[in-house]
Design a protein around this ligand. Structure first.
Ligand SMILES: Cc1cc2nc3c(=O)[nH]c(=O)nc-3n(C[C@H](O)[C@H](O)[C@H](O)COP(=O)(O)OP(=O)(O)OC[C@H]3O[C@@H](n4cnc5c(N)ncnc54)[C@H](O)[C@@H]3O)c2cc1C
Length: 235
């Protein structure tokens, strides 16, 4: 039975790039960045935070490109992943609907909508002058969609052909790798009030996580929990 997912999009940080000598991401950025000033002799246990903070405030964001992060997204729709892959300065690997049989697919729906509400009247056929009408809920429609997909597969359609009828909200998994500058750029666009609720929610949660793991790089983002948005206030 097709499952409905609400508020389940999540992230898992798979890796954050550090230096070979055990430097954390901030220390790696500092080591690379101090090349410009030939000032590696100033590196000490506390200097990375100060240095990266200075670099970020000055807007020398290219230095942040020396570290990168890989994140897995789960329980998100293909609508979300299509938005995500528009960010070109990143690498992606996504679950394939060409090779994976989607016989037990799940669909991500807006959390504030009732999937059981009989909301749309559809014409099923015509018996003489009389139209055969029924009222369907979104859940009914998704179940019909699932039956059709399974039917096509049983009729010999391979997954890459049967997938053509799958909904945009079908659940997917995607892994994204990008440097920290690009992550900042994606957070700016996808945590904004203008972004779609699904990607915004997932990215605000990821931002909370990275603000703890890599402070300084993401410190200037201010999260608004009530609206589930994040912005960099203009000073
Ligand atoms: C709220 C919202 C609504 C949207 N609505 C639509 C829509 O209706 N239709 C639609 O098609 N898209 C839409 N998009 C997608 C949007 O147009 C961008 O494709 C997407 O946000 C990627 O942004 P980007 O190019 O800045 O980022 P990235 O691809 O991540 O690139 C990062 C930065 O690198 C630089 N860069 C990357 N590639 C190049 C290049 N080839 N040449 C020069 N500089 C480059 C730019 O400075 C860019 O900002 C929407 C995005 C958002 C956030």
């Amino acid at each position: 039975m097709a499952q409905i997912l609400k508020n389940q999009g999540s992230h898992k940080i798979l890796a954050i790039m550090t230096g070979l000598n055990g430097e954390n991401p901030l220390q790696l950025i500092e080591t690379a960045g101090r090349t410009a000033y030939q000032s590696r002799d100033k590196i000490n246990d506390e200097s990375a935070n100060r240095f990266v903070d200075m670099i970020r405030r000055l807007g020398h964001e290219s230095v942040l490109e020396h570290s990168a992060m890989t994140v897995e997204f789960n329980g998100v729709s293909r609508g979300l992943t299509h938005e995500l892959v528009r960010h070109r300065v990143a690498s992606y690997t996504q679950e394939s609907t060409r090779y994976v049989d989607e016989k037990d697919f799940k669909v991500v729906l807006p959390p504030d909508k009732d999937e059981n509400e009989k909301i749309v009247e559809v014409v099923l056929g015509q018996d003489g002058p009389v139209k055969v009408l029924t009222k369907l809920s979104v859940k009914d429609f998704i179940e019909l969609n699932e039956q059709m997909y399974k039917g096509l597969r049983s009729a010999g359609w391979i997954p890459e052909d049967a997938r053509q009828i799958l909904p945009n909200g079908i659940e997917s998994q995607i892994v994204m790798t990008a440097n920290l500058r690009e992550w900042r750029h994606v957070f700016k666009l996808r945590c904004s009030k203008k972004a779609h609720w699904e990607i915004r929610r997932v990215f605000v949660n990821l931002l909370k996580d990275v603000k703890e793991r890599i402070p300084i790089v993401f410190d200037d983002f201010v999260i608004d929990e009530s609206e589930i948005t994040a912005t960099i206030p203009v000073k």
